[in-house]
Write a protein that binds this ligand. Structure first.
Ligand SMILES: *Cc1c(COP(=O)(O)O)cnc(C)c1O
Length: 423
């Protein structure tokens, strides 16, 4: 029996894991070509050919459409901007309710509040951490207008039942696929199954351009509205005869030419980025599969996982030791990229206090007499996972070698083989 590092034993990880840098000479050359041209952005916030941006923005979008098998791609300066544009484009009204999960990055819910609509949280499935289709119907009211589904950690939510519920209740579906570009659900690409989807290109995501994002849709009207919201809708709409002014309040959500030129190169590397993460995750799963108190990620039938996070679950009843104690022991062993918490957005003060715009509970105040409940108890699975079970390894920032994966696996197995030392 080896003594655990937390009890003074030797640390099992001495290896220095390097942070993977996917920006290579291709991106450097693409960026420098744009810099040399002097045209770093070629957008104009007015009707005309520059309304849709410059040469690299357009090329990035057309390449994206081809690779993602979608009719329209609209680039944006972040996926937060993309989510805001998407929620606006589907015609959400102040006071409408939009269903979303709490187990996601805050922008998923904030994009709803942005249009003075109200996020209503639906609990998650405990094996995929995505929205649980069984928990949706109980949250639908006459005010519900859309479902914002998040394909969290690189694996799709169970879209078939979700789309069926949406159809039955006449709800729009937006897919937040910031963490899952290239993942497939029954043959189809994540982000392309609902009305609008999209991806993030921030520094931590599979494709990165510093900051950036891409909206995808097969709906012509939504595509145009996203283009308008991206670029000062209120001004550009004057060129339309008989304009539909719904949510035509615009921003500057435009992606630059440098980022677009780099995005074109990054897009070519996506398949490779995905397959190296899948290979690493499969090797890690092979390594960890026989630990009784630890569940490894599942991949649903006929789906693929692109492993933004490698999400595990600890069972304290089997282990006889809490997740937090195991986490501390893993940190002491030197296990890199590991975390024990994700998001429970319904616990944020903004929601428990129902205050964000000013001081008078707007926009919840729009629905006089409706009592919205946030905080502890409304999403029990998400709460339990966060408090007691979740353990995740961040996969994207590094390009693990087989040796590194085995070092990680050995360190985790060392802790789980010596749980008695933690009791
Ligand atoms: C990263 C992320 C976003 C926001 O993307 P940005 O490009 O950083 O604005 C939204 N949703 C999820 C699930 C994310 O992981």
């Amino acid at each position: 029996m080896k003594k655990l590092a937390i009890n003074g034993g030797e640390k099992s990880v001495s290896h220095n894991f390097s942070i993977y840098n996917s920006i290579g000479v291709e991106e450097q050359e693409a960026a420098s070509k744009v810099v040399k041209s002097g045209i770093l952005s070629d957008f104009l916030g007015a009707p005309g050919s520059n309304f849709l941006g410059g040469k690299y923005v357009k090329k990035f979008e057309r390449n994206f459409e081809e690779q993602f098998e979608v009719k329209h791609s609209i680039s944006v300066n972040s996926w937060t901007s993309g989510l805001i544009a998407a929620v606006g484009a589907i015609g959400i009204e102040p006071g409408d309710e939009v269903l979303v999960t709490p187990w996601t990055m805050c922008a998923s819910a904030i994009s709803i509040l942005h249009w003075n609509a109200i996020p209503v949280f639906v609990d998650i499935e405990e094996d995929t951490f995505c929205m649980d289709p069984e928990k949706i119907t109980e949250k639908i009211t006459e005010r519900t207008k859309a479902i914002l589904v998040v394909d969290i950690f690189g694996h799709s939510a169970d879209m078939d039942p979700i789309l069926a519920i949406a159809k039955e209740h006449n709800l729009k579906v937006i897919s937040d696929c910031a963490q899952s570009p290239g993942a497939r659900y029954k043959g189809k690409l994540a982000g392309t199954l609902g009305d609008i989807g999209g991806y993030s290109f921030n520094y931590h995501k599979h494709i990165h351009t510093g900051e950036g994002g891409m909206i995808v849709t097969s709906n012509d009207e939504y595509a145009e509205k996203c283009q308008l919201i991206r670029n000062h809708a209120e001004a550009a709409i004057v060129a339309h005869k008989d304009p539909d002014l719904t949510n035509m309040i615009g921003y500057n959500f435009r992606l630059g030419e440098i980022e677009s030129a780099m995005g074109i190169e990054q897009l070519k590397k996506l398949d490779q980025a995905i397959s190296s993460r899948q290979k690493a995750a499969e090797l890690l799963s092979e390594n960890l599969k026989n630990i009784e108190a630890l569940s490894i990620p599942i991949v649903r039938n006929d789906c693929s996982h692109v492993y933004y996070f490698y999400a595990m679950k600890h069972d304290e009843n089997i282990a006889g030791v809490s997740r937090d104690k195991v986490y501390d022991a893993l940190i002491a062993e030197g296990v890199p990229f590991i975390s024990k918490n994700y998001q429970n957005l319904h616990m944020l003060p903004m929601f428990t206090e129902q205050q964000c715009y000013g001081t008078k509970n707007f926009p919840w105040s729009l629905n006089d007499g409706v009592r919205y409940k946030y905080g502890s108890g409304i999403c029990e699975v998400a709460e339990r996972l966060n408090e007691k079970e979740y353990l995740g390894i961040f996969m994207v920032g590094s390009n693990f070698t087989d040796t590194e994966i085995n070092i990680l696996g050995d360190a985790i197995r060392k802790v789980y083989s010596n749980l008695d030392e933690l009791k």
